[in-house]
Design a protein around this ligand. Structure first.
Ligand code: ZN
Length: 198
């Protein structure tokens, strides 16, 4: 039996996505064995992130900077904007530098079932951002779920008057697929084959 403190750490880790009790115990053992090499750097990284964590006021990304690292990156194409449901989708697309432009995080998807209305998402903010000009293409990279597609069509209508090209991911994205779970090859394919929204 481990002490209460170690048990608490194990339980906290076991609640993380992708970890269970068994992996959590292994992680704790590793951290205890490698105090200098693993435990202390992890502690420092957790503390720094926890103290500086913020939501980007421009795009909705989660970062330690506001505006976030992506928004202030001068190498990114500001004329191309990719709209995603969640921060996890942004990170999935950005992991392999698949998309050269900037992002907009909606904070979810429209859902009658869950009572998510347009005003619960950052749709107004997106329209305002596009209205400011300077954006040529808006990629609606919603998940290939019914709710994701409903959201994409709603946004397409809201942006109808704007002089921008609206595209959406090709359905190399499997139906019902969540971007976050796709491998980079499939995501890259969906992005390359993106087509005008119809
Ligand atoms: Zn940002």
């Amino acid at each position: 039996m481990a002490s209460q403190e170690i048990e608490a750490l194990t339980q906290a880790l076991a609640r993380l996505p992708g970890l269970g009790p068994r992996s959590a115990r292994r992680a704790v053992l590793h951290l205890m064995k490698k105090r200098e090499g693993a435990l202390l750097p992890l502690l420092a990284a957790l503390r720094t992130v926890s103290e500086t964590l913020t939501t980007c006021s421009v795009c909705g990304n989660v970062d330690t900077l506001d505006p976030c690292a992506i928004c202030i990156d001068p190498r990114r194409d500001p004329t191309s904007l990719c709209v995603v449901e969640e921060v996890a989708d942004l990170w999935a697309l950005d992991r392999a530098r698949l998309f050269p432009g900037k992002y907009h995080v909606l904070g979810g998807r429209l859902s009658a079932l869950e009572g998510v209305r347009p005003e619960d998402l950052t749709i107004d903010k997106l329209v305002a951002r596009v209205s400011q000009g300077g954006i040529d293409e808006v990629v609606l990279a919603m998940n290939a779920t019914l709710e994701g597609q409903t959201t994409a069509h709603f946004i397409a209508e809201r942006l109808e008057e704007q002089p921008v090209r609206l595209t959406q991911l090709a359905h190399g994205v499997p139906v019902g697929g969540e971007l976050d779970y796709l491998d980079e090859g499939t995501l890259a394919q969906a992005l390359r084959a993106r087509r005008p929204i119809g």
